[in-house]
Design a protein around this ligand. Sequence first.
Ligand SMILES: C[S@@+](CC[C@H](N)C(=O)[O-])C[C@H]1O[C@@H](n2cnc3c(N)ncnc32)[C@H](O)[C@@H]1O
Length: 223
Amino acid sequence: MRRGFRGREYERLRGDLRRYDDRFDDYWGFLEPRLREAWRLLADDGTLYLHLDFREAHYAKVLMDALFGRERFLNELIWAYDYGAKARGRWPAKHDTILVYVKDPQRYWFDSAGVDREPYMAPGLVTAEKAARGKLPTDVWWHTIVPTGGREKTGYPTQKPEGVLRRIIQASTREGDRVLDLFAGSGTTGAVAAALGRHAVLVDDNPEAIAVMRRRMPQAQVV
Ligand SMILES: C[S@@+](CC[C@H](N)C(=O)[O-])C[C@H]1O[C@@H](n2cnc3c(N)ncnc32)[C@H](O)[C@@H]1O
């Protein structure tokens, strides 16, 4: 993002947040230049998805509003899962948040017909035809984590499930489009993009991630 683009509002918010949480400034200092660059590279009809831990999501929402403009906010997606130990002293935290912004609210690409549908929760309440077709996912996505020992599993510790990336890529890109993931990890974005006929540019600063991606996508060019 260029300095001056929503500059005053942005600096005020940033200052306010620094007072609330000193650690946040470091986090934002890390994330901000990457968000600016991703936004600069984003196509005019493109969409930016930021997948966050629930602890950061609210700060990031306010600051992304300031960086990109509140009118470019499209959705908050909740990816809900249910696995592992459960806290006893509070509601067990079993979701991640994905914030979605579009470069241009008038012309962004969103192909709801291209998204894999999911079963109705109460199929008896809709016609047999509708039940067979399934329903369009909402902004709350129940989806398992990558199953241990399953086909997808790469061994990379923070690997995300292909099903979550598939929805994103099906909805927000066309065949032949290019997808950028600046925190690629095991390369789930690239694997799904290739399967759907999209191109991908994947970035990660961890050599282990690069090794996993090489194994997962032997056809990929590594630079
Ligand atoms: C949550 S993981 C991504 C997981 C990925 N979606 C997958 O399915 O495997 C975040 C990744 O960001 C990478 N990362 C962290 N800081 C980075 C930086 N400054 N530059 C590039 N990559 C970074 C980490 O190495 C890690 O692989």
